[in-house]
Design a protein around this ligand. Structure first.
Ligand code: PEP
Length: 254
């Protein structure tokens, strides 16, 4: 059965009350909606364990929004991949544009994180994508190649198995301006072909999510594209009602 990967990126949002009410209500729907979808919830680090307790008996996985490049030691304020693994995290988002832009994370740093995550048998969700300016200048493919090349350079070939790539055009994140699903399909095809050229992986095993202003009114056309294997969702994952609508639409189409 085809699986569709839906990741909720809560960013710096949520609190104890919101988490209780979110999962209390989600439990009522889980058996109906979650069988074909792989649902991953990535709350802020401080709430990871709380979310883990809530999803324990549900078919939902825990994701982290970031990780440090060190496993332990004198690195005040950081969280390591070992710690994430220790508390039940399975997926780790890296390279999100908010970290690239606001925290000056480079392709090189992101490739170090990718390496560590793989070493510990966690699953990276590697975010890539172009700015509005890159798009206007026809640079989308060039930017994506550079973001992928860095991973190949650090890790060699055969690295994209058991990995999720999230194509997130930066101009579409949190703006209400989602990309055109047909354009996204072409970019996902490009990403898969590019990876296939360098990696021995089977094309069907390359998983690419789309992220950028997804909601229940625009999601259908994205899910219908053959090379969109899932979604990375910010704002719309904070409202359980909206998130469930998206999951249900995916469930009905897949
Ligand atoms: C994101 O943060 O990765 C994202 C896609 O956000 P939004 O859905 O709010 O555009």
């Amino acid at each position: 059965m085809k699986k569709f990967f839906i990741t909720a990126n809560w960013k710096l949002n949520g609190n104890i009350k919101m988490i209780s009410s979110f999962f209390e209500r989600l439990k009522l729907y889980s058996s109906v909606f979650l069988e074909k979808n792989i649902v991953i919830i990535a709350p802020p680090t401080i709430y990871l364990e709380r979310v883990y307790k809530n999803i324990k008996n549900m078919n939902i996985f825990l994701g982290a929004q970031n990780v440090d490049i060190n496993l332990q030691g004198a690195f005040t304020g950081e969280t390591s991949a070992l710690m994430l693994q220790d508390i039940g995290v399975k997926y780790v988002i890296i390279g999100h544009s908010e970290r690239r832009l606001l925290h000056h994370e480079t392709n090189d740093l992101i490739s170090k994180k990718f390496h560590l995550i793989k070493e510990l048998n966690l699953i990276p969700i590697l975010c890539i994508g172009e700015t509005e300016r890159d798009k206007k200048n026809g640079q989308t493919q060039k930017i994506i190649k550079a973001q992928l090349n860095c991973i190949f350079k650090k890790l060699g070939k055969s690295v994209f198995n058991n990995t999720i790539i999230a194509y997130e055009p930066i101009w579409a994140i949190g703006t209400g301006l989602s990309a055109d699903p047909k354009d996204v399909q072409l970019i996902h095809q490009f990403i898969k072909n590019y990876i296939k050229k360098h990696d021995k992986i089977n094309t069907n095993d390359i998983l690419v999510q789309y992220g950028g202003s997804i909601n229940h009114t625009n999601v259908k056309k994205f899910i219908e594209q053959p090379d969109i294997n899932g979604l990375l969702i910010g704002n719309s994952s904070l409202s359980l009602q909206e998130f469930l609508k998206i999951i249900k639409i995916a469930h009905d189409i897949i």
